[in-house]
Write a protein of this length. Structure first.
Lengths: 290, 160
């Protein structure tokens, strides 16, 4: 008995071949990397492709490298568990390693890839927010060439990316760290839930209590994660106190446009965002939240 | 239209197999239906419950969310592979002694997840054990006795 409809399984070994197959089969095909999201969708017959294009044999989409000047390069096929365990990421980008160590559950971290996570564009997930706060970029490759997009440009909407039909994501690039401290905080509706209802990713350049620069991203509670510029502008250049953190949190909570669904109403989500932002900023500046 | 079959080699519990599968064959079905290793359970079949957990090259994965062809050339351990030479694995022994099961349906997945956890962490705290079991659900006995079984197994395996 097969629960999944039949399909051909293709295994290109180069971006060129993968891209040619994608162009040929169009809507009839899907890319498979780790498969945690796709196999579930196949099982539930939400998608019924005639061809699966496995990109697991494309070597250039593997590996993690770091260069002081260029920054971090994470191959799109890197597993969440590999991001979490990578010595260079743990040392240079601990907020990314900490985030990856808590994605979903151990099984999904051993199967799911960071590239697949980004391409699926599920709103209730942690990696995009954290990468956005780190000013990450994605390399999109096809037989026509390559282009580089920011996460903001890549994530268009709920489950929708800027990928052209013949493109794949080959790597994620993260510039050298230009902040003092970074945090990725997620809020789960219940401790047993695997999908964040809200996440907040913040990187700040500190001078004592002074906030010289900040990137503040709210995700998982909006269709796509986004930097909240009003909150960033408010914090930039300020001496951060508990009151400043609380005011910034209010600005952030009123600037976003949360979704409203069975997991949380819009007003509830705003209130939790305010609390998470306030506590996160306080913690980053060594303040005791009231 | 009949789709192409793939001849894949997998090592399961130390034994090499060469099997013909269509690409749509799930790893959980390969184990249960082709190899008759029914210790691995099909539970929720939506990637939530973890009853289908197996080790793939030593790391825990959900076999109901994997295609068999993704395991090509790799090594799989199922619950049947935990006991060695007729002796229960210390994790199995501890589940028995601590009453870490009631109906037993989640138990193979729990023990597989526990074995992966203890491979990485010889002295897990209660919280770390619970985090390690985050991908496994038990609907009857609850988690307290499962956690104590795993902590006791850690002491038995690594010494206290």
């Amino acid at each position: 008995v097969y629960v999944v409809r039949d399909f051909e399984f293709l295994e290109p070994t180069s971006v060129h071949d993968a891209s040619a197959m994608l162009a040929e089969y169009g809507d009839e095909c899907r890319i498979i990397a780790g498969g945690t999201a796709l196999v579930l969708a196949l099982r539930q017959r939400m998608v019924n492709p005639t061809h699966l294009i496995s990109i697991g044999q494309i070597e250039r989409a593997r590996g993690i490298t770091y260069d002081k000047k260029v920054g971090l390069r994470i191959g799109a096929l890197t597993l969440h568990a590999e991001v979490a365990a990578s010595p260079v990421i743990r040392k240079g980008y601990p907020m990314l390693a900490d985030m990856a160590a808590r994605v979903a559950d151990p099984q999904v971290r051993n199967q799911g890839t960071i590239g697949g996570n980004l391409c699926y564009a599920d709103p209730a997930t942690d990696p995009p927010s954290s990468l956005m706060a780190n000013d990450a970029r994605l390399v999109l490759a096809s037989k026509r060439g390559e282009r580089i997009l920011t996460i903001e440009e890549f994530l268009v909407d709920y489950y929708t990316t800027a990928l052209e039909p013949d493109e794949i994501v080959t790597e994620i690039q993260v510039p050298p760290v230009n902040y003092t401290v970074g945090r990725h905080v997620r809020h789960l509706r219940t401790a047993a839930e695997h999908r964040p209802m809200i996440n907040v990713a913040v990187t700040v350049k500190q001078n004592g209590r002074q906030c010289d620069d900040v990137r503040l991203v709210v995700g998982a509670t909006t269709p796509v994660p986004a930097r909240v510029k009003t909150g960033e502008d408010f914090l930039r250049g300020k001496a951060v106190t508990v009151d400043v953190a609380a005011e910034a949190a209010q600005i952030v909570a009123t600037s976003i446009r949360p979704i409203s669904d069975m997991r949380g109403s819009e007003s509830y989500r705003r209130r939790v965002v305010a609390t998470v932002v306030r506590r996160t900023i306080c913690e980053m500046f060594g303040l005791e939240p009231s | 239209m009949a789709m192409r079959k793939h001849s894949i080699s997998v090592t399961v519990n130390g034994m090499a197999h060469q099997i013909e599968v269509p690409a749509r064959r799930l790893l959980s079905d390969l184990l249960r239906d082709d190899l008759n290793l029914t210790g691995t359970k099909r539970g929720c079949e939506t990637g939530i419950c973890g009853a289908c957990s197996v080790l793939l090259d030593g790391e825990v994965v959900k076999s109901c969310l994997s295609l068999a062809i993704q395991a090509r050339g790799r090594s799989i351990t199922t619950v049947e592979g935990l006991a060695q030479g007729g002796d229960l694995h210390p994790i199995q022994q501890a589940f028995m002694e601590h009453g870490g099961l009631q109906c037993g349906y989640c138990t193979p997945g729990m023990m597989i997840a526990a074995s992966a956890l203890l491979k990485h962490n010889a002295t897990p705290s209660c919280h770390e054990v619970r985090s390690g079991l985050n991908g496994n659900l038990c609907r009857c006995t609850g988690y307290a006795s499962i956690v104590s079984a795993i902590m006791s197994a850690a002491e038995k395996i690594y010494g206290s």
